[in-house]
Each structure stands twice: as structure tokens, then as C-alpha cells.
Design a protein around this ligand. Structure first.
Ligand code: HEC
Ligand code: HEC
Length: 334
């Protein structure tokens, strides 16, 4: 075994069951057992192959958008890990929308969807994306009528949803069924370390400890993204252009202004650029931002403070983040 005991600062809520004295001195085995439970939490699909195939067809079909020029896959591009690689998505008018396109690889891991968590399910988020005036701008009644008039869809919907056929509910269900299948694989080096005891590189292991302890990243980024009581945080990104109120628009409470959902960091290596507005092109820029304690903005969370990481610690933290990259799914190899 690599180390017998480590200082391990798991998310506060994960530790509630432990006596206070044990909080920062868990055995590696106990710590891993906790991470293991957290890691296996994601929504799995119980959809049939024909429902998933229908959702896939819809996802790639530009006839879903109001002008017939945009499909879900134009922003959530399979070849780009279901993101678009742009700081902010380009809307149907070709102009950037307010936010970055999240990779759908991690959508199955979230209990709230969108950067501000305004949708409760993937199905709801998919229908919201379809109707968003800046995105596909497609009101539901006409698209349902249009799909019902396309023979291949009429028969596919009737086969998958007997008695209902094409409706807003079944459209959302089919899209959601497909989106759930693109969830990231759980076979990264970090997964294998946690689940199968395959050793991590020394640098990634040191970075894991920096992540959970000195830099306290795990306080907000626990892989489950459920346990932490206030998952929406303003991390102190200086506003660029018009202020994005973030979670405050959904939940107007103190502390929510400029707060965004803390992200699942699986496959973060593949999903640049970073943050809700895609302002950082590299992980090095992200780490430097946290290291300097954010931009010191008015509504910044008190948890974001200067970290004083050494060059080595930054390198280790990066190695740890890269250890969360999983293998590609079949959808991603065009
Ligand atoms: C114009 C680009 C664009 C198109 C087209 C688009 N999306 Fe998105 N998608 C985005 C952006 C940007 C966000 C984040 C929006 C926000 O948080 O306010 C997003 C978020 C999502 C999310 C939530 C992901 C998460 O991590 O919370 C899902 C699910 C989703 N889109 C599915 C779809 C589906 C299904 C379609 C097709 C019906 C679609 N999108 C079409 C840009 C797009
Ligand atoms: C106080 C909570 C908090 C802490 C501590 C924290 N983060 Fe974050 N992190 C967030 C939130 C919230 C976001 C989304 C912010 C936004 O886009 O406005 C985020 C975004 C990110 C992103 C961008 C993800 C993406 O897909 O765009 C990365 C990478 C990241 N954090 C890594 C880290 C690392 C590494 C640490 C430790 C050095 C850390 N975080 C510490 C809350 C936190």
C-alpha cells in the first residue's frame, strides 16, 4: 500500500457521521471507501435500445430547430466530447450566447442541470435547450406537429411510446435517454485506483491529497456533487461585460449572486475552455486563479482564499486532474 495514513479533508457533509477528532485523520482505506460510494453515483438509463436510437436520431437532426439549421449536436459535438470547445456557445444567429456549452459527458452526474441548476432533469434541460430563443428557438407545438408528419419519426415514436406517439413528454424522454448514454466511462486512472486499487502515479496521488486537503477543492468538487450543503458558489470571477447573476436568478438569496454550480471534474482535461463563460483556456490558468484566491470580487465566497501552492503542488494537482480522464465512448469516435 502506498501510504498508511493521510490527512484527508473530505467534503464536510461526508464527514458528518464521523467523530470530530477523526475528521482530518482518516485511514486511506476509509477515505477510499467514501470516495468509492460517491463515485458510483450517477443516473443510469433504463431506456430500451430503440428509445435510445430514437433519441440519437433526434439529437443529430437539424429539423428540430426553428430554421432547420441547428441540431443539438452542432453545439454538443460528439467529436468534442459533447461540448463545442468555444468559450461561449454560438446561438442560431451566429452570435455568442451568455454561457459556455457544458460537455454532456457529465450530465448524468448532476442532480441539477445547467450552470445555474434551473432544470431538474436531463429531459427538462433538453426541452429547455430546444426552446431557448438564443439556441434552437423552437416552440414545442410546431416541432411536435412537424415530427409527427415525418413518417420515420411517426412510426418510431409510435413503436417506442405506444398510445402516445410524438408529444413534448416523449420528445424530452427520447432526447434524455440518448443524453444519458453519453455519460463518461468510469475507467479513468483515478477510477481504477479507487475501485480496483491500481496505483496512481506518485504525482497524481500527491495531487489528490492537495485537491482534498491543502487546496480544499474537494470541499466543492466532490464527485457526487450532492453532499455539499451549498453547491452553488461565487468563486470570485471578475465580471466581464454584462453581469451574469447565475444562481441568483433562480434562487434570489444572499450568497447566490454570481454563484454557479460546482462542476463535476471528470474528463476536465477534454472540456476546455473552463467556467460558465469559458474564460480560461487551460487548466494551468484555472489553478493559478484559485492559487491567487480568485479575483477578490464583491460577492466572492469566503472559501476562496490564496492557497500558496508550490510549483510542484500545482504540477501534482494537474496530474491528478488528468488522472480523471476516461476512455472514449463509441459515440466520440466519428
Ligand atoms: C446553441 C448551442 C446549443 C444547442 C443547439 C444545444 N445546446 Fe444544450 N447547452 C448549451 C449551453 C450554452 C448550455 C448551458 C446553458 C446554461 O447553463 O444556461 C447547455 C446545456 C445543456 C444541458 C445541461 C448540461 C449540464 O451539464 O447541466 C443539456 C442536458 C443539454 N444542453 C442538452 C441539449 C439538447 C438535448 C439539445 C438539443 C435539443 C441541446 N442541448 C442543444 C448549448 C446548446
Ligand atoms: C468554494 C467552492 C469551490 C472551490 C473551493 C473550488 N471550486 Fe472549482 N469550481 C467551483 C464552481 C462553483 C465552479 C463553476 C464556476 C463558474 O463557472 O462560475 C468551479 C469550476 C471549476 C473548474 C472549471 C470546470 C469547467 O468544466 O468549466 C475547474 C477545472 C475547477 N473548478 C477546479 C478546481 C480546483 C482544482 C480547485 C482547488 C484548487 C477548485 N476548483 C476549488 C467551486 C469551487
Amino acid at each position: 500500500m502506498f501510504l498508511r495514513r493521510v490527512l484527508f479533508g473530505l467534503p464536510a457533509a461526508a464527514l458528518l457521521a464521523l467523530p470530530a477528532a477523526a475528521e482530518r485523520d482518516l485511514s486511506v482505506e476509509a477515505a477510499i471507501a467514501r470516495v468509492k460510494r460517491a463515485l458510483t453515483f450517477h443516473r443510469v438509463t433504463d431506456a430500451s435500445p430503440s428509445e435510445i436510437a430514437l433519441g440519437r436520431r433526434l439529437f443529430f437532426d437539424r429539423r428540430l430547430s426553428v430554421n432547420g439549421k441547428m441540431s443539438c449536436a452542432d453545439c454538443h459535438r460528439a467529436s468534442r466530447h459533447f461540448g463545442d470547445g468555444l468559450p461561449r456557445a454560438l446561438g442560431r444567429d451566429g452570435k455568442p450566447v451568455a454561457r459556455n456549452t457544458p460537455s454532456l459527458l457529465n450530465a448524468a452526474y448532476y442532480s441539477d442541470l445547467f450552470w445555474d441548476g434551473r432544470a431538474a432533469t436531463i429531459e427538462e434541460a433538453s426541452l429547455t435547450a430546444l426552446q431557448n430563443p438564443r439556441e434552437m428557438a423552437q416552440p414545442l407545438p410546431p416541432v411536435i406537429k412537424r415530427l409527427a408528419g415525418i413518417p420515420v419519426y411517426a412510426s418510431a415514436f409510435a413503436g417506442v411510446y405506444p398510445g402516445t406517439g410524438v408529444s413534448s413528454t416523449t420528445l424530452g424522454r427520447a432526447l434524455g435517454a440518448y443524453v444519458l448514454t453519453v455519460a463518461s466511462r468510469e475507467d479513468s486512472a483515478f477510477d481504477r485506483f479507487i475501485l480496483e486499487d491500481v496505483p496512481l502515479s506518485t504525482s497524481a496521488l500527491s495531487g489528490f491529497l492537495v485537491f482534498v486537503h491543502k487546496a480544499n477543492c474537494a470541499n466543492c468538487h466532490n464527485s457526487r456533487n450532492l453532499a455539499y450543503p451549498q453547491r452553488y458558489q461565487n468563486i470570485g470571477l471578475a465580471p466581464q461585460g454584462a453581469e451574469d447573476l447565475g444562481r441568483y436568478a433562480v434562487d434570489p438569496q444572499p450568497g447566490m449572486r454570481g454563484a454557479f454550480r460546482s462542476t463535476v471534474l471528470r474528463n476536465v482535461e477534454l472540456t476546455a475552455p473552463y467556467m460558465h463563460d469559458g474564460r480560461f483556456a487551460t487548466l494551468a490558468e484555472v489553478i493559478d486563479f484559485y492559487d491567487r484566491g480568485g479575483d477578490g470580487t464583491r460577492f466572492q465566497s469566503s472559501e476562496i482564499k490564496p492557497l500558496h501552492l508550490t510549483v510542484q503542488e500545482k504540477a501534482d494537482l494537474t496530474a491528478f486532474l488528468l488522472s480523471m480522464t476516461s476512455s472514449r465512448g463509441p459515440e466520440e469516435t466519428p
